[in-house]
Design a protein around this ligand. Structure first.
Ligand code: NAD
Length: 506
């Protein structure tokens, strides 16, 4: 694929998806593709004052939208899902170009957007509260759920469109407006999502203006969203470093936070594991998306009785995996996002070596693109969990460690800062149930006989500890996007006070 072709194809895709050329030409923020390293566009960024005024407009949109019945709001999200179905091939391709995901993952990311729209449409008729028994005769107590306000969304480069949709679809059916600050590394896909949303709005016909807006800019623009008093909830996806800044700032003004931060995910391969299955799950979890998923498998504890069976097979898979342009369907591992990611990977590997790590792969791969960063995924046999193993490095490095005692493996599994995703490979019921129990995996996602990555939208997604504690997507994650009121109605002729308190006035 020659370089001119990618830039030209990008412009064609943007035009097909309905993005105005003026939004990505002649601006002050360059966007690049990790596929070839070439520049794709120059986007116009918003100033802090413009961002503030957009948030004011979003607040006005919220005040109208919250009065639209929820099932009607669901109709807009249904139309968004339809538009995404129509745009799937083009948007998926744009994701591959801008984030470097292989073709099936680019398309899969758009499918995830469609899935959450379907989920949210159903949810729009299920935003229910409880009726609660009251101790007072002739009274009724219940919960009602109301729209919250402007929902701020900050997203990372590695899920450039799905994360927006997880938040947007729920926020919209819950009666909120949305303002999105996408990653500065993937702004074009954000413009495309906004154009697709605008199409849905046009068909819907009666949505308030500025219901969904995009703030193009760097982290300073994200900070405007974080600090603005008219934004009661910010859902921020990115590194733990980002969360350490954003979390306290939101807390200071008593705003809500959904923090979806870094992961340092692990798997345990037990003596009874189905090794064929484990091998495939490990390969996808560790090498898929070039190791750039928050749920990527980064640490593997293998029981000593199966270590020598599994390791040679794993090494073979690492040595033979196809690396190359994500725009060619034969590649399973695409590029790293940029040079900083490559440098971070090399630094972690050097640190692992210092701690006694034996490395297979990890070097730069020649994909015929001098300005792009393709690597061979690294498999590192570690004598113990130390040094870089304890931190997330956002690159395809899998640290493998041998264990003999299940309790020790479990304890090492939990002995890192992050708490996002985890897996156990076992056919032993006791081990599996222990892993899922109160003193098992301490992660927000704990799986048995499947890998750490590739979550479905039906479950609540998120992690504990330094992953931030936020939950998005399915289950009852919608509750974070609404405010709850407890209502007590007295339909009697008396006024009994709770807890037997008396306060009788003449
Ligand atoms: P990043 O933290 O560099 O940036 C993420 C976003 O935050 C960007 O839009 C950036 O502009 C913004 N940002 C950064 N600092 C900010 C600040 N102080 N205030 C406001 N906004 C700020 O992350 P990245 O390199 O784009 O993505 C990779 C990271 O994201 C990894 O750590 C990965 O694990 C994590 N991630 C987590 C999840 C999850 O659901 N837990 C999902 C995807 C990615």
């Amino acid at each position: 694929m020659n370089n001119m072709t990618v830039a030209k194809e990008t412009r064609d895709l943007l035009s097909k998806l309905g993005v105005a050329e003026s939004l990505y030409t002649g601006g002050n923020m360059a966007s690049y593709t990790p596929v070839t390293g070439e520049k794709l566009a120059d986007l116009k960024t918003v100033t802090a004052d413009e961002a503030k005024s957009m948030i004011d407009k979003a607040d006005a949109a919220f005040r109208e939208w919250r009065l639209v019945p929820a099932p009607k709001r669901g109709e807009l999200v249904r139309l968004l899902g339809e538009e995404l179905r129509t745009a799937k091939a083009d948007l998926g391709r744009l994701v591959s170009i801008e984030a470097g995901k292989i073709t099936s993952e680019g398309l899969g990311e758009v499918q995830e957007m469609i899935d959450i729209c379907d989920f949210a449409v159903g949810l729009s008729r299920q935003l229910y509260g409880l009726t609660i028994a009251t101790e007072r005769p002739g009274h009724r107590m219940m919960e009602t759920w109301h729209a919250l306000g402007v929902v701020g969304i900050i997203s990372a480069f590695n899920f450039p469109v799905a994360v927006w949709s997880w938040n947007a679809a729920l926020a919209l059916v819950c009666g909120n407006s949305i303002v999105w600050k996408p990653s500065e590394k993937t702004p074009l896909t954000a413009l495309a999502c906004q154009a697709i949303f605008d199409k849905a709005v046009k068909r819907f016909g009666e949505a308030p203006q500025n219901l969904s807006q995009v703030l193009i800019g760097d982290r300073a623009i994200g900070e405007v969203l974080v600090d603005h008093h008219l934004v009661p909830l910010v859902s921020a996806t990115g590194s733990t470093r980002m969360g350490r800044d954003v979390g306290p700032r939101l807390a200071k003004r008593f705003a809500r936070a959904i923090l979806e931060l870094g992961g340092n995910n692990a798997g345990i391969v037990c003596p009874s594991a189905d090794l064929d299955m484990a091998l495939r799950a490990i390969a996808f979890g560790a090498m898929g998306t070039a190791g750039q998923r928050c749920t990527t498998l980064r640490r593997l504890f293998v029981h000593e009785s199966v270590y020598d069976k599994l390791l040679p097979r794993l090494k073979k898979a690492y040595e033979s995996v196809s690396i190359g342009s994500p725009l060619e369907t034969s590649a399973l591992v695409g590029p790293l996002i940029d040079k900083a990611a490559f440098d971070g990977m090399q630094k972690a590997l050097a640190g692992a070596k210092e701690h006694g790590g034996k490395i297979t792969g990890g070097d730069r791969f020649d994909a015929g693109q001098a300005n792009a960063y393709y690597v061979r995924p690294a498999l590192v046999e570690m004598p113990e969990q130390a040094g870089p193993v304890l931190e997330e490095t956002f690159a395809p490095i899998l640290y493998v460690m041998k264990y003999s005692d299940f309790d020790d493996a479990l304890s090492d599994h939990n002995a890192v800062g992050a708490g996002l995703s985890s897996s156990i490979f076992t056919l032993d019921l006791r081990e599996a149930e222990r892993f899922l129990s109160a003193d098992g995996s301490d992660c927000g996602i704990a799986n048995v006989n499947i890998g750490t990555s590739g979550a479905e939208i039906g479950g609540a997604f998120g992690g504990e500890k330094e992953t931030g504690g936020g939950r998005e997507s399915g289950s009852d994650a919608w509750k974070a996007y609404m405010r709850r009121a407890t209502n007590t109605v007295n339909y009697s002729r008396a006024l009994p006070l709770a807890q037997g308190v008396s306060f009788d006035i003449e």
